[in-house]
Design a protein around this ligand. Structure first.
Ligand SMILES: Nc1nc2c(c(=O)[nH]1)N[C@H]1C(S)=C(S)[C@@H](COP(=O)(O)O)O[C@H]1N2
Ligand SMILES: [Mo]
Length: 281
């Protein structure tokens, strides 16, 4: 049988002086080790960061960042999809005085609402001149009137339950055969006929957004001419604005002047300033 040799008192780790010395050297070893690790680890991010910054920009961001945002958008699309509806609420839950946020493209002049027309450009193939059509507010009011009470979300971190009224974007496109190459109504089951994107801009062109067609054709995407049951007040985008609940508020362009269907991703005001292009919920 082996007998464990008892260490001499002074050698025992729990001897008062030894304990301190042990701890001190352990701390020193660890400090040195983490210092070396820290140094090595910080070299990698500096290199990666330099590389990332050196990449050509894409819509206001170095390309790798833009790619990550695009991958996130594809993931959201796959998980949420255009078929899912956002929650709706009874009218009584809607705020009386909805917040006004953002006035780019809504200059403080006397915009003549009566002379307004909605211009629709369809560039059915790249390089071809787009066909142009114009619609009046009465054309939009002739479509089935649709109301929606939902939680409007701004990317800046506030949200409100709001009560909107107007025409479904999908009804508008179906009635007038817009957003397709054939001139028939859009059908998500015939992606080859569908224009992949729609861009919108204010009459002065100062604010503009780009949307993928499945989101534009989502059954809750509205071209609104009413808020709380009355005509849209100018700061909320009179005479016609977009309300697209599957996206953050930035995409709900106020005072639409032009819609443009296209094969390429339309310019987008906030994407050019570094935001996610898709800003899906
Ligand atoms: N023309 C225009 N539309 C716009 C904006 C803008 O600055 N100009 N801001 C957007 C943002 S960030 C939000 S949150 C909503 C706010 O809409 P509301 O003012 O009706 O609440 O409008 C969006 N549409
Ligand atoms: Mo916003």
């Amino acid at each position: 049988m082996m007998m464990e040799k008892k260490p001499a008192a002074a050698d025992r780790p729990d001897a008062p002086g030894n304990q301190d010395r042990e701890i001190n050297s352990a701390v020193r070893r660890r400090t040195l080790k983490s210092f070396l690790w820290f140094g090595a680890a910080s070299l990698v991010p500096v290199g990666v960061w330099r590389w990332v910054r050196a990449q050509p920009p894409e819509e206001g961001l170095p390309r790798p960042f833009r790619r990550v945002l695009d991958a996130n958008a594809a993931l959201t699309q796959a998980l949420v999809g255009p078929a899912r509806l956002v929650p709706t609420f009874p009218v009584s839950k809607a705020v009386r005085q909805p917040r006004v946020n953002g006035s780019i493209g809504l200059p403080d002049d006397n915009f003549d609402v009566s002379a307004w027309k909605l211009r629709v450009e369809n560039a059915t193939s790249p390089g071809r001149r787009p066909t142009v059509r114009e619609f009046t507010l009465d054309d939009l009011k002739a479509l089935p009137r649709t109301e929606l009470v939902f939680e409007f979300k701004c990317i800046e971190g506030w949200s409100q339950i709001q009560h909107w009224g107007g025409a479904k974007f999908s009804d508008f496109a179906a009635k007038y055969g817009l957003g397709t190459r054939s001139g028939k109504g859009p059908d998500l089951n015939h992606p080859g006929d569908l224009m992949p994107y729609v861009g919108m801009r204010t009459p002065d062109g100062a604010y503009y957004v780009g949307l993928d067609m499945p989101s534009a054709l989502h059954p809750q995407t509205l071209l609104c001419y009413e808020l709380n049951g009355v005509p849209l007040p100018p700061p909320h985008g009179a005479p016609l604005r977009l309300v697209i609940p599957v996206k953050y508020g930035v995409k709900s362009l106020k005072r639409i002047g032009t819609l443009q269907f296209s094969d390429t991703r339309p310019p987008d005001y906030w994407a050019e300033r570094g935001y996610d292009y898709s800003v899906g919920l």
